[in-house]
Design a protein around this ligand. Structure first.
Ligand code: P6P
Length: 343
């Protein structure tokens, strides 16, 4: 039984028996993420005060200018996860290759791999817009006692054992699922404790918020253009409204609470879209489905995509079920727009 104001620690203990491998390992893993998030939150919250914003002059493997907080967040999560005897490997947006963790006995006995986007939306840091951390957790598939391989990381999203995000916004929240619904915990910075503030989060089936970077409109496929026009046409009931923060965690978190759809499609300049499958789309898709929503690449369920590369991208349509289904109908049948009367 979950109740408001339960602490994250109490919630983990009370619910760990739900988890088939309830040896406490996953609980310790979530606890590690909880601690790292507190440390990153502390730095994010003072970013404007000390010389920690701005770029470090380096670029990450994505070729993106690395913000100092990117580097701090990446190192914090990697170090915190490495120091617990739970994780046997980590893949991060900031690192070209995965990191092997042998364990204190150097014998590769740990069971889980973690894939992480340590600070998503970091280009927003210098303008004081909310950013987030996204994480995805799998059990390894290669034998215990051997070093992890790429195979342990290239698992389809439906095999995730847990996924979640931290949103560093007006308040800091940790939102995660282990396959038994989605729960949101808000950090009380004065106490350093997370409290259950959003039990059993659910996407409203319908919504009227669409989130997409319309600056790329001319590069969108016909079906996405048609769906945007559909959102803009007169509606008997509520008119749609466009909300786009440019921070995946913030846009999806808002849409999960208010009802809405987030789209980052393929474009003529980026045929596979921009978002990364393994540590952005799969964890957000797991959460979306656990919250009664839906996540598709326009043709198939995101969680069924069979990964082939650590940093591969995918088109991403995620949010309220009925809205995602409507968007997919346009993507799969752009001519649909000709039957719509755009007045
Ligand atoms: P654009 C941030 O870089 C990010 O990965 C997501 O958090 C965000 O939704 C998207 O890219 C924004 O991309 O091209 O609209 O600036």
């Amino acid at each position: 039984m979950t109740h408001k104001n339960q602490t994250l620690g109490e919630f983990i203990i009370e619910n760990q028996q739900q988890f088939p491998y309830a040896t406490g390992e996953l609980s310790r893993l979530i606890n590690s993420i909880r601690l790292a998030a507190k440390m990153v939150n502390h730095e994010v919250n003072k970013a404007g005060l000390v010389d920690i914003t701005g770029t470090v002059g380096a670029t990450n493997i994505q070729g993106e200018a690395q913000q100092k907080l990117d580097v701090f967040a990446n190192e914090t999560f990697i170090n915190t996860l490495t120091n617990r005897e739970i994780v046997c490997g980590i893949a991060s947006e900031e690192n070209e290759d995965f990191i092997t963790i042998r364990g204190q006995q150097h014998d590769h006995q740990n069971n889980y791999v973690v894939l992480i986007d340590p600070l998503d939306g970091s280009s927003n840091i210098d303008v004081n817009v909310s950013v987030g951390t996204i994480f995805s957790i799998y059990r390894r598939v290669t034998p215990i006692g051997t070093a992890v391989t790429l195979e342990d990381f290239l698992q389809p999203g439906h095999l995730q054992v847990a996924a979640g995000y931290v949103i560093y916004g007006t308040s800091t929240m940790l939102v995660y699922t282990t396959g038994h619904g989605v729960n949101g915990f808000t950090l009380n910075p004065a106490l350093g404790t997370y409290y259950l503030s959003h039990p059993n989060m659910l996407f409203p089936e319908n919504g009227n918020i669409y989130s997409i970077n319309e600056g790329n409109y001319v590069h969108f496929p016909a079906g996405i253009k048609a769906y945007i026009k559909y959102c803009q046409e007169e509606k008997e009931d509520r008119p749609y409204t466009s909300r786009y923060i440019g921070s995946l965690v913030s846009d999806i978190h808002r849409n999960m609470i208010k009802g809405g759809i987030y789209i980052y499609p393929s474009t003529s300049t980026a045929p596979e879209g921009k978002l990364r499958l393994l540590y952005e789309c799969n964890p957000m898709a797991f959460i979306a489905e656990q919250a009664g929503g839906m996540a598709s690449d326009g043709n198939m369920r995101v969680l069924d995509i069979r990964p082939t590369a650590l940093h591969q991208r995918t088109p991403f349509i995620c949010g309220s079920k009925n809205m995602v289904e409507k968007a997919i109908s346009f993507v799969q049948n752009p001519a649909l727009s000709k039957k719509q009367t755009f007045v």
